[in-house]
Design a protein around this ligand. Structure first.
Ligand code: FAD
Length: 321
């Protein structure tokens, strides 16, 4: 049965994040031949509607208000609820990002419905929509079917292939009016940390350092390798706790969950809490002096050696490619 599915487009620095296109692709599957409606919320977002349509949305609804210029959960919830009331969708999809993780439970509670969080795949099986999601910190996966009610899910970045951009696609773009009022949070100012380019949660290549990196300066060879590969630098909590880098780089159970195409773990022992954040990476390379380190149990390729010798060699070789 074809369905109507809303997909929230998420922006960063005035651009749509890639996870928005991945969620549109998931929306296509969930809609089963029905309609995928992109939703853009902000103070001036309508210029991004076309790109959502080119990536597969059939039409786009915008909710624009100067009070929505910065994300607040109550402001965005009011805007999205206005869209939901107008459209009465069968499904809603968000990215499993900081915004999606904050907003989706609030909306689920308002709608008195369930939520499938952190879906890594969505498929149609025998006419049913089946979501796959990790459980037990990524050690197992469960398949979830919504038997009755709204298909409401967040999709993990970097897991669902976005549709090919088609510049010939067109679709309706219209606005929904919502009165945004009684906001309990007003963002006065946003001070952004410099993250040296590539966003960790969407990076295709991550070079992660652990306590074996030994100092803040020890991260420099990792940054050089990341630059050559167009990747991002991440870290274990061991490295963050030791003050070698900022906690915004932490990967793991209490940090970010990442699924890049290539994850190079440098001087990381492979504690279960770290594995929870990276073990679903497509290819894992571990560099560690200790041949017994647990990280080798999840690695596709292991290099036993000193990271300060191995990483510069890798960087030089990749420069030649
Ligand atoms: P270590 O375990 O000290 O490992 C350092 C490794 O570097 C060793 O294997 C060593 O052989 C190697 N090494 C040393 N020198 C070199 C060299 N020159 N070349 C190559 N290898 C070298 N951890 C996370 O990462 N993320 C989390 O989200 C997280 N959440 C947690 C939540 C809770 C509730 C708890 C209790 C812990 C959590 N931890 C988390 C911490 C986790 O248990 C580990 O303590 C941490 O991951 C260890 O970091 P590490 O591997 O960098 O350090």
């Amino acid at each position: 049965m074809s369905k109507k599915v809303l997909v929230l487009g998420e922006t960063r620095a005035g651009q749509l994040r890639n996870v928005s296109f991945e969620a549109v692709a998931a929306g296509k599957t969930a809609a089963q031949g029905g309609e995928v409606i992109g939703v853009l919320i902000g103070d001036a977002v309508s210029s991004l509607a076309e790109e959502m349509i080119q990536h597969g949305a059939d039409r786009v609804l915008t909710v624009e208000d100067e009070k929505l210029g910065q994300y607040t959960s109550d402001g965005f919830a009011q805007a999205l609820m206005a869209v939901i009331e107008q459209e009465q969708p069968d499904g809603i999809l968000f990215g499993h990002t900081a915004l999606g993780k904050d907003l989706s439970p609030k909306i689920a509670a308002k709608l008195n419905t369930g939520l499938i969080s952190d879906a890594t795949a969505i498929n149609e099986e025998n006419g049913e929509i089946v979501f796959t999601r990790p459980i037990y910190s990524g050690k197992a996966f469960e398949k979830v079917v919504v038997e009755d009610g709204l298909l409401f899910a967040t999709v993990r970045p970097n897991n669902i292939e976005p549709l090919q951009k088609d510049e010939t696609r067109s679709g309706d773009v219209s606005s929904v009016s919502a009165s945004i009022k009684d906001l309990r949070t007003i963002i006065q100012d946003v001070v952004r940390k410099s993250t040296d380019g590539v966003d960790l949660s969407e990076a295709k290549v991550i070079i992660a350092g652990g306590r074996g990196v030994k100092s803040e300066e020890g991260f420099q060879p990792l940054k050089e390798l990341a630059d050559v590969l167009g990747g991002a630098v991440g870290a274990s909590r061991g490295a963050c706790d030791a003050d070698y880098c900022d906690y915004s780089l932490q990967i793991g159970q209490t940090g970010k969950v990442v699924t890049p195409d290539l994850y190079i773990a440098c001087g990381i022992s492979g504690a279960i809490q770290h594995l929870a954040g990276m073990s679903n990476s497509k290819v894992i390379v571990a560099i560690n002096k200790d041949p017994e380190a647990d990280i080798f149990k999840v690695a596709d390729y292991g290099i036993v050696g000193d990271l300060f010798e191995v990483i510069p060699m890798l960087t030089e070789e990749f420069k030649k490619v």
